[in-house]
Design a protein around this ligand. Structure first.
Ligand code: BMP
Length: 263
């Protein structure tokens, strides 16, 4: 079974991947398992919220292609905030093509994701080639990859044997695949470890109007043994005090983890 008594810090030795080791070290040091999903459309909002919420998160999750005024300066500013607040960066790119294509998408184009994102993710749909292609670019840069084994949205097709196949794929690439996007711990074997990050987390609502489904930090971390809560609109939706909400989610996520350690 998954050893619920193990701390993030005690799990560092389970990984050879540098990004995974750095992330667990950072979580332990900063005492936060909160990742902010910063889905806003302007550079100004992006940098303002990242600066406010930075102290409370381990990981900043980006969708870099939704910014209307993206430029190289944004990347420089992002790196500056990363140093200032001590967080890692996860570009939620959801690669889904053949190995050769994703290699280009990961390293080239205007975003050059591999250059600044510590972690990115991919759909296992195309087969192992997608991981091999991304690995050629990412591993020499000490990057890590997550596979989308499940999705939080209603009607997701990533279930059952698809989810199991994602786990098998991860096992074949343990040097680069550090974990999963999923709603629960998928591997309950003490001898192997993956970092599980769960989106679809909210304290005040159960869904949006477009298929998103929300669960609480306690449900995700304590009951489902996930490692990181990914929270977006719950923190920065209009009218909300961004810092107060970030603190609220940080505390909820960390308390759920402490509850798991004690049970
Ligand atoms: P929000 O908390 O505002 O619903 O945002 C959730 C974030 O997580 C979005 O950036 C979305 O792209 C991402 N996400 C998700 O919601 N469900 C998944 O299964 C996978 C995701 O990456």
């Amino acid at each position: 079974a998954f050893n619920t008594k193990k701390t993030y810090g005690e799990r560092i030795e389970n990984f050879t991947n540098i990004a995974a080791r750095e992330l667990l070290t950072l979580i332990e040091r900063k005492k936060t398992n909160l990742s902010l999903a910063l889905d806003v459309n302007t550079k100004r909002e992006f940098l303002e919220i990242a600066d406010k919420v930075g102290p409370y998160i381990c990981l900043l999750k980006t969708h870099i292609d939704i910014l209307v005024d993206f430029d190289q300066d944004l990347i420089e500013q992002l790196k500056r905030l990363q140093k200032k607040h001590d967080f890692m960066i996860f570009e939620d790119r959801k690669f889904a093509d053949i190995g050769n294509t994703v290699k280009h998408q990961y390293s080239k184009g205007i975003y050059r994701i591999a250059e600044w994102a510590n972690i990115t993710n991919a759909h296992p749909l195309p087969g192992d080639g997608i991981v091999s292609g991304l690995k050629e670019v990412g591993l020499p840069l000490d990057r890590g990859l997550l596979l989308l084994a499940e999705m939080s949205s209603k009607g997701s097709l990533a279930t059952g044997t698809y989810t199991e196949a994602a786990v098998e794929m991860a096992r074949r690439h343990k040097d680069f695949v550090i974990g999963f996007i999923a709603g629960r711990r998928l591997v309950a074997n003490e001898n192997e470890d993956f970092i599980v990050m769960s989106p679809g987390v909210g304290l005040d609502t159960s869904k949006d109007g477009l298929g998103q489904q929300y669960r609480t930090p306690r449900n995700v971390i304590f009951e489902s043994n996930s490692d990181i809560i990914i929270v977006g609109r719950g923190i920065y939706e209009s009218g909300k005090d961004v810092i107060a909400e970030a603190l609220r989610y940080k505390n909820a996520g960390w308390n759920a983890y402490l509850e798991r350690l004690m049970n």
